[in-house]
Design a protein around this ligand. Structure first.
Ligand SMILES: *Cc1c(COP(=O)(O)O)cnc(C)c1O
Length: 397
C-alpha cells in the first residue's frame, strides 16, 4: 500500500494548500508571532498582514475590505449570518427562505431557527439542481428576513443564478445570504451586481489552509446588522471575538489573490480534465448516469451513478483514488444524499453515486489512470455478485 500511486480527487471536501499560499504564511508562525490586537511592532505587523488579506478577499468579490469579518470557516460564518440577523431583526420579520439542497451548516442552523420560532421555507429544485425563480418569487414576501442560497452545490456542482435571486430578495426588503464555500475563486462573485448582502466562505476549498473563513456583511445600500454569536475581547468590531488566526488569514488572502489572477485559465484547465475523465468513463461504460447540471456546474465537479453497483463497494475497490460516495452517514445506516433525492434521483441510483472533485493540481495522466481503474472495478463488481450489497462503512460528505 505504501508504494501505491494515490490520486486526490475529493476537492469538494477540501483542497491541498497551494505552495505559494504556504510560502506567504511561513513568516507568521515563528518570525512574526504578533497578536493582531497588540499595540507593539509585532502586533502592528500582524495587523497589517490581516488587513492586506482582508483587501485581497474583498477584491475577489467586489467588496470593500471593511465589510469582511474573519471566522473559523464557512460553518461558523453561516451560523453567524443566519442566527445574527435572526437575533437582530427577529421581532420584525419571521420567515427564512432556503433550498432543500443546502449544506448541513445551513440546514442545521435553519432547524435551530425553527425551534426559536422562525418559519423556514425549504424550496425544492429542478432535476438539474436549480431553484425555480417563479416559485422563489411567490414565496418571498415582506415577511421574509433572509433568503439563504448555496451558490455552487458541494455534491452536484450546480450553480444558482445569484443576480436573479438577489433581485427577488431585494425587492421584498429581504437580505440575500450566499454560501460561497465551493464557488469562491471558481465562479464569478460580485456582491454589488449580484445584490449579495451576506456571504460565507472558507479558505480550505480554494487551496488555502483549513480552519479560517470569512463573512462579508454589507455596510450600505442596505446596511446589514448582526448580533454577535461569540462574545469576548471584541475583535472584528465586536462581531466575532477571539484572537485572529494570522497565518491562516494571510494564507486565505494569498489564495484569493491567486484565484483572482488565474481563475479563468484554471477553470478551463480543470473543466478539460473533468470532461476527459467523464468522456473516458462514458465510452467505457455507457450505463453510467451523470447527476446535476450539464453546463451550469463547477468545472471540477463530476457526480455520476453506476447502476447496480453500490458506491461504497466501488470506492473500496479503488483505495488509491480519493473520491466520495453519494450517501451521507447520519447514523450507522447510510442514507441516500438529500441533494440527489431533491433532484429526483431514485434511491437505488443515489446509493450508486460517486462524487469526483478535480483541481488544478490534477493532471491528464491522472484522469486516464482513474478512468481505467474505475471501469475495471465496475466490471469486477458486476461480475461478482456483491455489486448491490450494503456497504460496511460509509464516508460522510
Ligand atoms: C465545506 C463547505 C462548508 C463548510 O465549510 P467549513 O469551512 O469546512 O466549515 C459549507 N458549505 C459548503 C457548500 C461547503 O462546501
Amino acid at each position: 500500500m505504501n508504494k501505491m500511486k494515490r490520486i486526490y480527487l475529493d476537492n469538494h471536501a477540501t483542497t491541498a494548500v497551494d505552495p505559494k499560499v504556504l510560502e506567504a504564511m511561513q513568516p507568521y508562525w515563528c518570525e512574526l508571532p504578533g497578536n493582531a490586537a497588540s499595540w507593539h511592532v509585532f502586533g502592528k505587523e500582524a495587523s497589517a498582514a490581516v488587513e492586506k488579506a482582508r483587501g485581497q478577499i474583498g477584491e475577489l468579490i467586489g467588496a470593500e475590505s471593511q465589510a469582511i469579518y474573519f471566522t473559523s470557516g464557512a460553518t461558523e460564518s453561516i451560523n453567524l449570518a443566519l442566527k445574527g440577523v435572526a437575533s437582530f431583526y427577529g421581532e420584525k420579520r419571521k420567515q427564512v427562505v432556503t433550498l432543500k439542497t443546502e449544506h448541513s451548516a445551513t440546514l442545521d442552523a435553519c432547524g435551530y431557527l425553527e425551534k426559536e420560532g422562525f418559519e423556514v421555507t425549504y424550496l425544492g429544485v429542478d432535476e438539474m439542481g436549480k431553484v425555480c425563480l417563479e416559485e422563489l418569487d411567490n414565496v418571498v414576501s415582506g415577511e421574509t428576513l433572509v433568503v439563504s442560497v448555496l451558490h455552487a452545490n458541494n455534491e452536484i456542482g450546480t450553480i444558482q443564478d445569484l443576480a436573479a435571486i438577489g433581485e427577488v430578495a431585494r425587492k421584498n426588503g429581504a437580505f440575500l445570504h450566499v454560501d460561497a464555500a465551493q464557488s469562491l475563486g471558481k465562479v464569478m462573485l460580485d456582491v454589488e451586481g449580484q445584490k449579495i448582502d451576506l456571504l460565507s466562505a472558507t479558505a480550505h476549498k480554494l487551496h488555502g489552509p483549513k480552519g479560517v473563513g470569512c463573512l462579508y456583511v454589507r455596510r450600505r445600500g442596505p446596511r446589514v446588522r448582526l448580533d454577535a454569536q461569540i462574545h469576548g475581547g471584541g475583535h472584528e468590531k465586536g462581531l466575532r471575538s477571539g484572537t485572529l488566526n494570522v497565518p491562516g488569514i494571510v494564507g486565505f488572502g494569498q489564495a484569493c489573490e491567486i484565484a483572482r489572477e488565474g481563475r479563468v485559465e484554471q477553470d478551463e484547465y480543470i473543466r478539460g480534465l473533468r470532461d476527459r475523465l467523464w468522456g473516458l468513463l462514458k465510452v467505457g461504460d455507457e450505463t453510467l448516469v451523470r447527476n446535476g447540471h450539464p453546463v451550469e456546474t463547477l468545472a471540477g465537479n463530476l457526480n455520476f451513478s453506476v447502476p447496480g453497483v453500490d458506491a461504497m463497494n466501488l470506492l473500496m475497490k479503488v483505495p488509491e483514488l480519493a473520491m466520495s460516495a453519494g450517501s451521507a452517514c447520519t447514523s450507522a445506516i447510510p442514507a441516500p444524499s438529500h441533494v440527489l433525492r431533491a433532484i429526483g434521483v431514485p434511491a437505488e441510483l443515489a446509493t450508486s453515486s460517486i462524487r469526483v472533485g478535480v483541481s488544478r493540481f490534477n493532471s491528464e495522466e491522472e484522469m486516464e489512470f482513474a478512468a481505467g481503474r474505475i471501469l475495471e472495478a465496475i466490471r469486477e463488481l458486476r461480475e461478482s455478485s456483491d455489486g448491490g450489497e450494503l456497504p460496511e462503512s460509509c464516508l460522510a460528505f
